[in-house]
Write a protein that binds this ligand. Structure first.
Ligand code: SF4
Length: 331
């Protein structure tokens, strides 16, 4: 029997790269958005090429799979290799914590408000923004459920949810009244995939916000005051700066981390920063090191005294991870 080259069977959303021998599009990459198989059994893939969004149909044999590391995967691996292992290798998805749902819902309201400003010149009404935040929280809570920490369990889900609604309405209102009026939004929640030539993976994620003057911003919700150097050390900002440079062919001259701090009197704190070429290089080295560790299956647990290694912050702590609470009760 004649030797046949193995044929990739692509799936929707596979991240692919066009083979070097395909003239016009050699080396381009993108996502598979549609698949058809001809009567002769040939797979035809429609690929949305990045960064331009062109949709082109390719023969499956003209494409190769390219792995992608999403920013959130990198962030989780950085915190704890075991948590990465459970989430992405074992597919154990734990419902988000209450603080995460508050963050997601505040982001949603801020994004809708700023989109209105960019497209019409005007922010939404105050009550509209607060309603969007509350609805998003209720919708996420309903659809995905929430992982309650021991204190929240003690307080009960109903009361915890009520306090979360109050918090998200207050934070969305704070963003709307204090931060949104000062911002000139250009790109809001801009998805990216950066092709990393000669790297084992490409890098993907979503840039929160880019302003008309080139300032790149990232919004955080937090329960306590951030450290003074949070923006200077933020890997998220470094990653998004790198992505902006790839998308726009110019690095952002200025970056900002906007913190909405929860509390009786929620407050806004903004830290500004920049990045040097050396910081971008160090970030790329980190991406390469992480992707090689993942490839090698080197999933190490974080230290037990790390803030995340607790019932409150890690969904695997209670009864999944052998380095979590089980380690404390097993002889
Ligand atoms: S329990 Fe600790 S070591 Fe285990 S996954 Fe969670 S954070 Fe990592």
């Amino acid at each position: 029997m004649a030797n046949r080259e193995p044929v990739h069977i692509f799936k929707l959303d596979d991240h692919v790269k066009v083979k070097p021998e395909v003239e016009q599009y050699a080396g381009w990459f993108g996502k598979v958005t549609h698949i058809e198989t001809t009567e002769a059994g040939v797979q035809l893939c429609t690929v949305c090429l990045e960064p331009d969004g062109l949709e082109i149909i390719f023969l499956g044999s003209d494409l190769e799979l390219k792995k992608v590391l999403h920013k959130s995967m990198l962030g989780l691996f950085d915190k704890c290799g075991m948590a990465y292992f459970f989430r992405y290798n074992k597919g154990k998805r734990i419902p988000p914590s209450c603080s995460m749902v508050v963050g997601i819902s505040t982001h949603k309201a801020a994004a809708v408000d700023l989109t209105a400003k960019r497209d019409s010149g005007f922010l939404l009404g105050d009550s509209q923004v607060r309603d969007i935040a509350r609805d998003k929280l209720n919708e996420t809570w309903q659809a995905e459920g929430v992982t309650l920490d021991p204190a929240e369990k003690f307080m009960g889900e109903k009361r915890t949810r009520g306090e979360a609604v109050d918090a998200v309405v207050a934070l969305a209102g704070l963003h709307h009244t204090k931060l949104a009026p000062t911002i000139s939004p250009k790109h809001i929640e801009r998805p990216f995939t950066v092709e990393m030539q000669n790297f084992p993976v490409d890098l993907s994620g979503t840039i929160d916000l880019q302003e008309a003057d080139g300032t790149l911003r990232d919004l955080k919700t937090t329960g306590k005051a951030p450290g003074d150097d949070a923006a200077d050390k933020s890997l998220d900002l470094t990653c998004y700066g790198l992505a902006a440079r790839a998308l726009d062919h110019v690095a952002p001259a200025r970056m900002a981390l906007d913190f909405l701090v929860r509390g009786k009197k929620p407050r806004l704190e903004t830290q500004t920063t920049t990045r040097t070429e050396g910081m971008y290089r160090a970030f790329l080295m980190r991406v390469e090191a992480v992707s090689r560790a993942i490839e090698a299956g080197a999933f190490t647990p974080c230290s037990p005294d790390f803030w995340m290694c607790s019932d409150k912050w890690c969904g695997y702590h209670q009864d999944v991870c052998p380095y979590g609470r089980r380690a404390a009760v097993t002889i």
